[in-house]
Design a protein. Structure first.
Length: 374
C-alpha cells in the first residue's frame, strides 16, 4: 500500500551541527523501515556549513541529503537561534507534521523544538535528560529548555530520569531507549578507516572546541601547553574544529602547536575519526559524543572539562574528568601509556538498537493520538 496515502502528517527530523548527524542517521533508517511510520522529512538548519563538518559525514553515515536546508550559518547565540526559528516555522506550515524529532543539545535543537511546541506539534527529544548542571555551557540551557517543551523524552542513561524528575517532568513522558550515537558506531565500526601509516606509533587523539577551553586566550594557551606536555609522553594527533583553528590564529598562538610530537589534522570524517579513536592509546577531548564513543570502544578518555552531562561514561565507561589540571593529566597519561588505563564496561542498552526502540514506541504513541496512524 502507498504509505503516503494514509499519512496524516510527516515526521520532521532536525539536524544542525556535526554531533547531530550520527544521532539522526539511525533514526531516519529506523523510521523508514517501520511499516506504520510515514517516510521522514529531514531538515538541516545550516548551523554547520563547512564541507568537512557536513557533506563528508552525511555520505559516510549514509544519511540522505536533507530535504530542506535552512542555510542559517554562524552568528551569536541569539542571532543563530532566532534565525533557525524564523526559517523553521514556514516548514511546519507547509508539512503540518505529526511530530518533530530533535536530537542532542545544539542551538538548532532548542530553536526547532520551541517553534514546534508553540504550534501545538508534538516534539520528541532524543538524548533527553542529560545535565552537566553547568549553565555557563550553552548546551546545558538548550537541554533544559528542550526537555521542558518536549512531549516525548527518549533517554540514553537512567540518571537522565532523575534529572528530569527534579525539573518536574512527568514520568510518563520519559522513555529509556539506549544510545542512538552508539547505534551509528556499532553499524559503521567495521568500515572505520585505518589511520594514515605515517602517524607515530602509540599516538593519542585530541579534539578541543568548547568555548571554555578555546574562546579565551589564557584558556587556549593553557590547553595548548597541556597538549605539548602530553605529547612528550605519547605523540598526539589533533583534529582541529574550525572554531579552535580560528582562535589559535586570532590569538597568535600558532607557536603553541609547533612540536614534532603533535600532528595537526583538519576536522575528520566519521569513519576516519572512528579509525583514529579505535587505534588511540588515549583520547583527550572536550566533546560530548566522544566520551560515549570511547566508552563503547573501550579506549581510555580524559575529558578536559570540570563536569559531564554523561556520568555513566565515568561510572561505568573509560572516561575521567580532568579539566585543565596539567599535573594530573600528565600523571594519568603516563599511567595509561604504562598500563593501558581504565577498562570500563558497556552501559545498559548501548546495543545498537536504540533507534528501532524509538521508532517502535513513536509508532504506537502516534497511533494512540492520531487515528489515521493506527
Ligand atoms: C556546535 C554546538 C556544540 C557542538 C559543536 C560540534 C551549539 C551551542 N554548539 O558548536 O554543542 O559540540 O557544534 O561541532 O550549538 N564554524 C565554521 N564552520 C561551520 C560552523 C562553524 O567555521 O560550518 C565556526 C565559526 O567561526 C562559528 C564557530 O565555528 O562562529 C562556532 O560555530 P557554532 O555553530 O556557533 O558552534 P560550534 O562551536 O560549532
Amino acid at each position: 500500500m502507498d504509505r503516503a496515502a494514509h499519512t496524516p502528517g510527516a515526521i520532521v527530523c532536525v539536524v544542525g551541527a556535526r554531533p547531530n548527524y550520527m544521532k539522526i542517521a539511525p533514526l531516519m533508517r529506523a523510521f523508514r523501515a517501520h511499516e506504520r511510520l510515514p517516510a521522514p522529512v529531514l531538515v538541516h538548519t545550516g548551523q554547520h556549513y563547512d564541507a568537512m563538518l557536513n557533506e563528508r559525514l552525511f555520505e559516510e553515515l549514509e544519511l540522505p541529503p536533507a530535504d530542506i536546508n535552512l542555510g542559517v550559518g554562524s552568528g551569536t547565540h541569539a542571532v543563530q537561534t532566532a534565525e533557525v526559528m524564523r526559517r523553521f516555522e514556514p516548514v511546519l506550515d507547509e508539512y503540518r507534521p505529526a511530530c518533530v524529532v530533535v536530537v542532542g543539545d545544539v542551538n538548532s535543537t532548542l530553536a526547532c523544538s520551541l517553534v514546534a511546541a508553540k504550534k501545538g506539534i508534538a516534539v520528541a527529544h532524543v538524548e533527553a535528560g542529560l545535565r552537566s548542571y553547568d549553565r555557563t555551557m550553552p548546551e546545558e540551557i538548550n537541554r533544559v529548555l528542550t526537555d521542558q517543551v518536549s512531549d516525548l523524552l527518549y533517554t540514553s542513561e537512567r540518571t537522565a530520569h532523575l534529572n528530569l524528575a527534579r525539573e518536574g517532568i512527568a514520568k510518563k513522558r520519559m522513555h529509556f531507549v539506549g544510545n542512538v550515537m552508539i547505534d551509528s558506531l556499532l553499524q559503521h565500526r567495521r568500515r572505520a578507516v585505518a589511520p594514515p601509516r605515517n602517524l607515530p606509533e602509540g599516538f593519542g587523539v585530541v579534539t578541543l572546541h568548547r568555548p571554555s577551553n578555546v574562546d579565551r586566550p589564557d584558556a587556549l594557551a593553557d590547553s595548548l601547553d597541556i597538549l605539548r606536555a602530553v605529547s612528550e609522553i605519547v605523540p598526539l594527533v589533533c583534529a582541529l574544529h574550525p572554531r579552535t583553528q580560528a582562535n589559535i590564529a586570532s590569538f597568535g598562538l600558532e607557536g603553541g602547536l609547533a612540536t614534532e610530537r603533535l600532528v595537526v589534522l583538519p576536522p575528520q570524517g566519521y569513519l576516519e575519526m572512528l579509525g583514529l579513536m579505535s587505534a588511540a592509546t588515549v583520547v583527550l577531548t572536550d566533546s560530548g559524543g566522544m566520551q560515549e564513543e570511547t566508552t563503547a570502544l573501550g579506549v581510555p578518555c580524559l575529558t578536559m572539562r570540570e563536569n559531564t552531562e554523561r556520568p555513566i561514561t565515568v561510572e561505568q565507561g573509560t572516561n575521567l574528568l580532568v579539566g585543565r589540571d596539567r599535573a594530573r593529566i600528565v600523571r594519568l597519561v603516563e599511567e595509561i601509556a604504562a598500563t593501558g588505563g581504565k577498562r570500563g564496561r558497556i552501559p545498559e542498552l548501548w546495543d545498537g538498537k536504540a533507534a528501532e526502540r524509538i521508532a517502535q514506541h513513536l509508532a504506537g504513541w502516534l497511533a494512540a493520538r492520531t487515528p489515521a496512524y493506527a
